[in-house]
Design a protein around this ligand. Structure first.
Ligand SMILES: [Zn+2]
Ligand SMILES: [Zn+2]
Length: 320
């Protein structure tokens, strides 16, 4: 039986909390080497800004309130000039990026001086791993996590990052679960709200960007995970890693999602060397072989998605 997108038991469900229990609406387009961008329309965050993002998102670019860049490869950032030229004028646009990327520092310098009235009004925020950046609504934030898409440097520099969208939620303390409501109310009136609740993190979405397989602990419990999946076969993945192209394979992404106990996995950044039919059948076969318990969606290369998680090609299995 599939695992459904589960509601977190919260003390009081505000409207925002209820909307957060659905998978975010993900619009995306990806052809590795050419362009990749991922727009979370629910949280209004653009992850990477490859060539063509403005043309394809059209008027929707004005919904973007934060651009989160995973790394400096051209296919992930070449669309920034046009995007910020059109949306930067409000002065409300921010870009977070890996702090150790010299190329992105140079790009920010160029864009800041390109046009003072538009691109120059953007706020650039360098990030290392495990840094939080607050977003609306209240108690929501973006957090960076480490990825590995470049040869390690000495001293170490943050060249690439993944990002996740997190909300803080007040949950009933575990020792009070099951008590009659009047009893919980009595404790709250006597000792205050903090006596009955504890604050926990609810990770709504994690996006890896380009990377070799990440430590599943970094994304554990994430409701949705968008994992790069450049190659279908293990052998060609290792071969490309040895030739200086550090990416993940299908099996890497599936095992990470299984280990991290995510509810919905989205595979993206799939090489255009494969035909669509082969991608879909290989993903289904691998999900069955590895007994993948979560739902799986696939972003075929060169196809524009309006709501990726509404297309599910594997429903998950509980079979051991
Ligand atoms: Zn890429
Ligand atoms: Zn890359």
């Amino acid at each position: 039986m599939m695992r459904a997108w589960s509601a977190t038991a919260t003390v009081s469900n505000t409207e925002e909390e209820i909307s957060a229990i659905q998978p975010p609406r993900i619009m995306l387009y990806s052809v590795p080497l050419v362009t990749t961008w991922v727009f979370d329309d629910t949280h209004r965050i653009l992850f990477d800004a490859g060539d063509g993002v403005t043309a394809m998102l059209d008027a929707r670019i004005h919904r973007i309130r934060l651009v989160a860049l995973t790394h400096a490869h051209r296919d992930h950032c070449a669309g920034l000039l046009q995007l910020l030229n059109l949306t930067g004028g409000s002065g409300e646009q921010s870009v977070v990026y890996p702090a150790g990327s010299g190329a992105l520092k140079a790009l920010s310098g160029f864009l800041c001086s390109f046009d003072a009235r538009t691109t120059g009004k953007t706020t650039w925020v360098p990030m290392d791993a495990d840094i939080v950046h607050p977003i609306e609504p209240a108690r929501h934030y973006v957090r960076s996590f480490p990825t590995q898409h470049y040869e390690p440097t000495t001293p170490p520099r943050t060249m690439s990052l993944g990002y996740q969208i997190v909300r803080s939620v007040d949950k009933l303390r575990p020792e009070l679960v099951g008590l009659p409501r009047e009893e919980v109310d009595r404790i709250r009136l006597r000792d205050g709200r903090q006596a009955i609740t504890q604050t926990v993190e609810d990770i709504l979405l994690s996006v890896t960007g380009d990377t070799i397989p990440i430590d599943p602990a970094l994304v554990r419990g994430s409701r949705a995970l968008l994992h790069e999946c450049t190659f279908l076969e293990e052998e060609e993945t290792r071969d490309m890693v040895n030739r200086g192209h550090p990416h993940s394979s299908l099996e890497d992404a599936l095992l990470t999602a299984r280990e991290a106990e995510v509810e919905h996995l989205g595979l993206y950044h799939i090489s255009r060397r494969y035909e669509d039919g082969r991608i879909l059948s290989t993903v289904r076969d691998s999900c069955a072989r590895l007994r993948i318990p979560c739902r799986v969606s696939v972003a075929l290369p060169g196809r524009l998605y309006d709501d990726l998680f509404s297309h599910t090609i594997w429903e998950g299995t509980d079979e051991p």
